[in-house]
Write a protein of this length. Structure first.
Length: 217
């Protein structure tokens, strides 16, 4: 999601790498689930997120569309996001005890929070969002431990490549005459990276890069 922000207004003014310590540890979020409510369509899912959830729950993308996720337009591209449900606008996967039912295979945005990513010069670094999490007694934790994703270097490369790929598609759609391709671009993206499942017994990243191709229509 493209955001025009002033980091000095939303962060502690620092940028972090995955080996840096940052005051992000919420202590298991005991007694709090604020970041799982009222998030609208902002918990956007990338292909790895959907792969993790479908494998973890043994459900297809289509089955998840029945109740847990929905589609919305993000900067001109149709992408899936976690669905907020009921009057409390709670994440579909938030249980009655205020805990996450898919914590072991939760999406990347959830793993990251309250951190964000700042993209610049063909790379990205992490920043601490200081107004998003109500917990006041957070402790320091290494960024890579907080994100809790195996093979962090491969994961970060994947995140950057997916971000750049979406950026190239969005640039095309926003170019003169490009808006006519919006539906074709989105439908192709959804088919290749979401609806067509990745083999759970094979390396995800290898499968992903085989599908990554700039010529999508």
């Amino acid at each position: 999601m493209l955001r025009d922000i002033d980091l000095n207004e939303i962060s502690d003014g620092k940028l972090y790498e995955n080996n840096d310590m940052v005051k992000a540890d919420c202590g298991g979020c005991k007694g709090c689930c604020d970041c799982c409510r009222g998030m609208g369509s902002s918990i956007i899912l990338d292909p790895l997120d959907v792969h993790r959830i479908t494998c973890g729950l043994d459900r297809t993308f289509g089955e998840l569309m029945d109740d847990a996720i929905e589609l919305n337009v993000v900067d001109g591209i149709i992408l899936p996001n976690l669905k907020m449900t009921d009057k409390k606008e709670a994440c579909f996967f938030l249980n009655d005890d205020g805990r996450c039912n898919i914590h072991a295979h939760r999406p990347g945005i959830c793993r990251l929070f309250p951190l964000g990513r700042f993209y610049e010069n063909n790379s990205f670094k992490y920043f601490l969002q200081v107004h998003e999490c109500p917990k006041k007694d957070r402790t320091k934790v290494k960024v890579r431990k907080w994100i809790s994703t195996p093979d962090i270097k491969r994961y970060e490369k994947y995140v950057l490549d997916w971000h750049d790929y979406l950026g190239s598609l969005q640039e095309h759609i926003m170019s003169p005459g490009g808006e006519k391709d919006m539906k074709a671009v989105s439908m192709s993206l959804l088919r290749r990276f979401y609806q067509q499942p990745f083999n759970k017994t094979e390396d995800f990243y290898e499968q992903f890069y085989k599908r990554l191709n700039p010529y999508i229509f």
